[in-house]
Design a protein around this ligand. Structure first.
Ligand SMILES: Nc1ncnc2c1ncn2[C@@H]1O[C@H](COP(=O)(O)OP(=O)(O)OP(=O)(O)O)[C@@H](O)[C@H]1O
Length: 711
């Protein structure tokens, strides 16, 4: 066990239930003096192209007690993880920058865009609104491409995008399904509807690849008639939502087990074609037509939110990304990753399926009933905070096993469909005739099951559980490799003692490099290596005191670090000698990703960030020295995302956390760093001993914050 890791684990274990800071009388100050023999130890960090390999090698090194091979000039990226764990932003002020010699000006930005939420009958689907198409009458007679002519009859249903009617063939036709069917389903989308801005609906493109895929209804003809784009499809029967309603709003576990295995096999086939569905929910599973041989057969409809998980030309998995302002799907059933704007992948369909199954059995999910602008945020928080045990109480064990398996999956992990299906074996009626739902697809997958399972049981490592339902806050500290320098830290500093520490530091030639707060006490890091030439700071009762900041901007000071306390007060440090040429900041009630994204386009990058209670304060600067920047935002420490970004050459450059969420800004510097080593550490108490260990390896605190780390 590596020394540091065990240290981190120990501190977590000891104070797991009381992760509060140490008492104020334990305020600690520390100074490190550079040691001569450290000077020549690190040279020639590797180029970015090698980062992934280096990460691997060094991660392996980190599991031994050796000092991780740094002498060989590699890159060390270590996450010490003791125990892993959409409301409109109300901007207080966004003060636009003061360039040298430029006049200062203020600008208050509008509230961040609200999600376009639509209250559906059963759940809220985002990305869709009542549009012209639903008020314009659909044609009474339909004939598209070389299709037969159909008379439009009763309405079968309506979604956010389209309306679906029965089409009765005007003449000829003898079949129940297929291109010759007497009755078909006609899906109409108005040309002015949101999905048709650039021509035929996106779903049509998806059908080009998925038509005929197992469990997906056939589309026989498509074309435009008048103002409508029309799909002519096999007509199906009731949805699982309808069936659940007609059964008194519940379903037996054995019926839901059949649905589970067949749905997994349908998703497997769809995934095999390179797509993820993106909107798995009871309303999108339909049975075949009542009275037909397919009445117990399950189908998955609505490909309007499907996306590729596999690039069509290269065959590679699509790249990981997170855009916290993008949410596609239905709030009730969306995966946590979808809420957080992560690129969709196979795990997301399976997580939505898990929620669908539990809903069908229990008739309710713990996050139903939230309302308001921040509904998506609240639902996501609840999903993260509900343990599988609680979620699946009163459900047979296979449902919990399934939920745990799919919520622990990595972004690009290949699901083991046959293993997922096998969880439900014990609940499936052996006699085919007695099964409420046909499971033909699942049985085919099952044929290979015996062999596959043997390998799996031998190879598989137990996975760390990621959603434990017990929120916790910790110190998160980030260390960068630097040339030997003086660094000093103070923590548990009361307001009244701040000045004496800063004055003493300044006397010793140090400037504040970062600040943080826990339990309304400050942590202060002072360095000899900041490159600043002058510094001012203000402790204010308000969160980011606008007048003072503007005054300092006038004098060509720029914000170099900020911290907010739970009581709303803030510490703002402004310095001369930064590379910045313009600066802007925002205070908001939710993480202001939309604003950050807008500012990125204007050439700004996030240079400091903090929280006060549930509010976020973000500072962005021009000429920050970064070429690229991304965000990782989560309800726990986003270990997977950070590792992925590290492998692409990003390093953490700012971070902040509330008691609910942690946000990390990762950047690629314009100038290549000599040594790209970065380590993160999470500890219940301020990491005073760890810092000293890091210093001995020429790793210095680059950012520190206190907040949510596990869930
Ligand atoms: N092939 C079909 N046979 C019978 N009913 C259908 C068929 N396709 C769709 N429906 C009904 O029409 C409704 C709307 O269809 P669909 O979900 O494809 O439309 P949408 O506008 O894309 O919906 P969403 O808002 O969920 O994206 C469905 O919920 C279902 O009740």
């Amino acid at each position: 066990m590596p020394e540091l890791q065990s240290g981190a684990r120990r501190s977590k274990r000891l104070t797991d239930l009381q992760p509060a800071t140490q008492p104020a009388n334990q305020e600690e100050n520390w100074l490190v003096q550079p040691t001569q023999n450290n000077r020549t130890r690190r040279r020639g960090g590797r180029g970015r192209g090698n980062a992934a390999a280096a990460v691997k090698g060094l991660a392996a090194a980190a599991t031994t007690s050796r000092p991780a091979g740094r002498g060989r000039g590699g890159i060390r990226l270590i996450d010490l993880d003791p125990e892993p764990p959409v409301k409109a932003a109300v901007p207080q002020a966004v003060v636009a920058p003061v360039g040298a010699g430029e006049a200062a000006f203020n600008r208050v930005e509008g509230a961040a865009d609200k999600d376009n939420a639509m209250e559906g009958g059963s759940a809220d689907k985002i990305l869709g609104a009542e549009e012209e198409g639903s008020t314009t009458p659909v044609p009474e007679r339909v004939q598209v491409g070389n299709s037969p002519a159909y008379k439009t009859e009763r309405k079968l249903g309506k979604g956010g995008f389209g309306q679906v009617y029965v089409g009765r063939r005007v003449s000829g036709g003898s079949e129940r399904t297929g291109p010759d069917a007497v009755e078909v389903a006609l899906k109409f989308e108005h040309r002015n509807s949101k999905g048709c801005n650039y021509g035929p609906p996106y779903e049509w493109q998806v059908y080009n690849t998925l038509n005929g895929c197992y469990g997906i209804p056939w589309v026989h003809y498509k074309g435009r008639q008048g103002d409508f784009y029309i799909l002519v499809m096999d007509m199906l029967g009731p949805s699982l939502w309808d069936v659940w309603n007609s059964l008194g709003q519940s379903m037996s576990p054995s019926m839901v087990a059949c649905i589970a295995v067949e749905a997994i096999s349908i998703l497997e086939k769809l995934h095999l074609k390179g797509f993820v569905h993106g909107d798995v929910k009871p309303e999108n599973f339909l049975l075949g037509q009542p009275g037909s041989p397919d009445e117990k057969k399950l189908y998955l409809i609505d490909l309007g939110l499907a996306s590729r998980w596999k690039d069509a030309s290269s065959g590679h998995h699509v790249d990981y990304d997170q855009r916290p302002d993008i949410f596609r799907g239905t709030i009730r059933y969306a995966s946590v990753h979808a809420h957080l704007g992560r690129t969709g992948s196979r795990r997301d369909d399976l997580e939505s399926l898990a929620y669908t199954l539990i809903f069908l059995i229990k008739g309710r999910l713990p996050w139903q009933g939230y309302q308001g602008d921040n509904k998506s945020f609240l639902v996501c928080k609840k999903k993260m905070a509900t343990s599988p045990d609680l979620m699946c109480c009163f459900c047979p064990a296979p449902f919990k096993q399934f939920l745990e398996a799919v919520t622990n999956m990595k972004f690009d992990e290949e699901p083991n469909y046959s293993k997922l299906i096998s969880f439900f074996d014990s609940l499936i009626e052996p006699c085919t005739i007695l099964r409420p739902i046909r499971i033909d697809g699942a049985l085919k997958v099952g044929q290979k099951r015996g062999r596959l399972l043997i390998n799996l049981e031998e190879d598989e490592q137990p996975k760390k559980k990621v959603r434990l339902g017990s929120p916790a806050t910790q110190w998160i500290s980030v260390y960068n490799a630097r040339r030997p320098m003086k660094q000093r830290y103070h923590y548990n500093v009361a307001d009244s003692r701040l000045r004496q520490h800063v004055d003493k530091g300044n006397e010793d030639g140090l400037y504040i490099s970062c600040v943080a707060s826990a339990a309304n006490l400050w942590a202060l890091i002072m360095d000899a290596g900041t490159g600043f030439s002058a510094q001012v700071y203000e402790l204010s009762a308000v969160f980011l005191h606008k007048d003072w900041i503007m005054e300092q901007w006038e004098k060509n000071f720029y914000i170099s670090s900020i911290a907010g306390a739970a009581n709303g007060s803030s510490l703002v440090v402004m310095s001369k000698g930064t590379p910045y040429t313009q600066q802007s900041y925002k205070v908001s009630e939710s993480f202001p990703f939309k604003w950050i994204n807008k500012k990125w386009k204007e050439g700004f990058h996030v240079t400091s960030m903090t929280t006060a209670g549930s509010r976020w304060g973000v500072v962005m600067s021009r000429n920050s020295g970064f070429s690229e920047q991304v965000v990782e935002l989560d309800f726990l420490y986003p270990s997977e995302g950070i590792h992925r970004r590290w492998e692409s050459g990003y390093r953490i450059t700012s971070m902040a956390a509330t008691t609910d969420q942690a946000a990390f800004i990762l950047s690629i510097p314009r100038r290549k760093m000599v040594d790209e080593t970065q380590e993160t550490l999470r500890t219940s108490a301020f990491p005073s001993n760890h810092v000293k260990e890091k210093w001995s390896k020429n790793l210095y605190i680059a950012s520190i914050c206190y907040g949510r780390t596990v869930c």
